[in-house]
Design a protein around this ligand. Structure first.
Ligand SMILES: C[S@@+](CC[C@H](N)C(=O)[O-])C[C@H]1O[C@@H](n2cnc3c(N)ncnc32)[C@H](O)[C@@H]1O
Length: 234
């Protein structure tokens, strides 16, 4: 098992560079707005406390960091990390002038933070894109404080055969939507392929466990179209 682009590290960077300015719009169109519910569900499960610090890796345009800060009434800090500068620029705009947010252009596999620093590590629709999954998980574990929590939202495997059939048919239309809205279908071909090639819930669960996390568990949303993976550092 692998992340989709293990053989082609640069492809991911190019994909997000091609779509960054239409990223939010395409998320709403492709998921019919449902990604907003998934993200709310994600933050509800995180249930963050005030006066905590979150690192949101592969932060993109900042949806998760924003929901986290709203949930704790801005009484805490969010560090947004993404390897793509253009995505981070959009991320910054979402927060306007907020002293509680910091932005870092870095790779998930090599985070510029000391050990045992964060209360929460989140990654939403990002882990599938990293070059080496184990390196990213190791870094997540390293930067979390003992007692800190890892939470990951990612596309997963649909268990119900009928739902899966419809989902597959719908997925195949996504590159065409991309062509219409963004003028390019290739980034969305990448998206569909990367989802198909990524781990199942159970396989990913094992990968997380391998990195010394405890209380590892997951929840399926919408029949497994996406799953939330939770784990703790002791
Ligand atoms: C699908 S977007 C997800 C954005 C956001 N978290 C969300 O849920 O909407 C994936 C993001 O991961 C970033 N990314 C991909 N590989 C990365 C890596 N190795 N390190 C850091 N960011 C990465 C991309 O630049 C992109 O902004």
């Amino acid at each position: 098992m692998k992340t989709y682009h293990e053989s082609n590290e640069r492809l991911v960077t190019k994909v997000f560079q091609d779509v960054f300015d239409k990223y939010d719009l395409m998320n709403d169109l492709m998921s019919l707005g449902i990604h907003r519910l998934w993200k709310k569900n994600f933050i509800n499960w995180l249930n963050p406390h005030k006066k905590t610090t979150l690192i949101d890796v592969a932060s993109g345009t900042g949806d998760i960091a924003k929901l986290y800060l709203e949930k704790i009434n801005y009484d805490g800090f969010a560090y947004c990390v993404d390897e793509n500068k253009s995505m981070l620029e959009l991320n910054k705009k979402k927060f306007k002038k907020n002293a509680n947010v910091k932005w870092y252009c870095n790779n998930a596999e090599k985070l510029p933070f000391k050990n045992n620093y964060f209360d929460y590590y989140t990654i939403s629709f990002g882990i599938r894109n990293v070059n080496n999954l184990n390196n990213a998980l190791k870094e997540a574990h390293r930067v979390l404080k003992p007692g800190g929590r890892f939470l990951c939202l990612e596309f997963s495997k649909v268990k119900n055969e009928i739902l899966n059939k419809f989902y597959k048919i719908y997925s195949r239309s996504i590159p065409q939507i991309g062509k219409l809205v963004v003028g390019k279908s290739e980034p969305y071909e990448y998206l569909i392929n990367s989802i198909e090639e990524f781990y199942s819930q159970e396989e990913f669960f094992k990968q997380i466990k391998k990195q010394n996390f405890t209380n590892v568990s997951f929840r399926n949303l919408n029949g497994g179209i996406v799953a939330i993976h939770s784990a703790w550092k002791v």
